[in-house]
Ligand binder design. Structure first.
Ligand code: ATP
Length: 289
């Protein structure tokens, strides 16, 4: 067993797992993107999904929320296959590109998405306050800054009170104060029982998470706590620690992957795929290969 494989088992799962993948393989175009992932995400915690650009973070998130075909393996979300219709009101997904209607006000956008989940005015107001956009509530979304737009998108997901919230780089473009506020918000959501999966390029943000999935080239290098990352990577600087782990993995014969599989063929079976998420006005809301 490789060093990283030992680390991969070292996060203790308390209670139920919100997400469980087994042998997950995804090919996009002709490129094998996820190469056999086996892991669990603990319920009611913040799990960070970290890895270099193009390591497969977005693809993995898409598979979890049910908008990504996979070539083989399984993904269980809150006890159901990813993309199951019963998950529509229970899983929230915020993509990297804000998916909101620019001609509507912030409030109208959030109320629109809230209505799809049978949520009303008070829920919308709460979600807008949670992302610090009360002063902009009556402004047209198209007139907002990039960081504000991202927060509208987040509010549109928060309004549904999802049990699992999947966030693709939610803090990009936010100033340090807003970033800290958002992490506080994520922490209190987790304390209230929400499971959060948050991707980031910024290793410093790993310290806000209770569990980390470290991806590289479509393989799971390790699943560990930030403290373990620091210890195993021999640095309190998590970026340096991650680099150390990557180099360590490169030095092992199997690349240090927690699990790996044969790259699937383009024409391979598609045992499971899910329906689009409802109501997201974005091309992300289609199941694609
Ligand atoms: N629609 C697509 N068709 C073909 N290949 C794709 C498609 N989308 C993504 N890929 C490839 O899949 C790989 C993983 O992409 P993905 O977006 O999942 O990575 P990521 O870790 O989220 O990257 P980043 O941090 O830069 O957003 C990349 O090599 C990318 O080029």
């Amino acid at each position: 067993m490789s060093h990283s494989a030992t680390a991969a088992t070292s996060v203790t799962l308390a209670g139920d797992a919100a997400v469980v993948t087994s042998g997950l393989q995804v090919t996009r175009g002709r490129t094998p993107v996820l190469r056999g992932l086996d892991f669990s995400i603990p319920a009611g915690r913040i799990t960070g999904l970290l890895g270099p650009s193009a390591s497969g973070k977005t693809t993995l998130m898409r598979a979890i929320v049910g908008v990504q075909r996979f070539s083989s393996g399984t993904v269980q979300v809150l006890g159901l296959p990813a993309g199951h219709p019963a998950l529509r009101h229970r899983v929230g997904y915020v993509t990297q590109s804000p998916s909101v209607y620019p001609d509507l006000t912030v409030e109208a956008n959030v109320r629109y998405f809230g209505a799809m989940h049978r949520k009303g005015r008070a829920d919308a107001a709460e979600a807008i306050a949670a992302v610090g956009l009360e002063p902009q509530a009556r402004q047209k979304t198209g007139d907002l800054s990039g960081g504000q737009l991202s927060r509208v998108s987040l509010a549109c997901a928060l309004v549904a009170h999802p049990k699992l919230l999947v966030l693709d780089e939610p803090t990009v473009g936010l100033d340090p104060v807003l970033r800290a506020d958002l992490w506080d918000r994520f922490r209190s959501m987790a304390q209230a029982g929400t499971t959060l999966l948050v991707s980031s390029h910024v290793m410093e943000e790993a310290s806000h998470c209770e569990s980390l999935l470290l991806l590289r080239e479509g393989r799971l290098l390790a699943q560990m706590t930030p403290q373990e990352l620091s210890r195993r990577g021999h640095s309190t600087d998590l970026e340096k620690a991650f680099l150390h782990i990557i180099r360590d993995a490169e030095a092992t014969p199997d690349g240090g992957a927690e699990s790996s599989g044969t790259a699937p063929s383009d024409t391979g079976p598609v045992p499971e795929s899910g329906p689009p998420l409802p109501g997201r006005p974005t091309p992300e809301s289609t199941v694609r290969s």
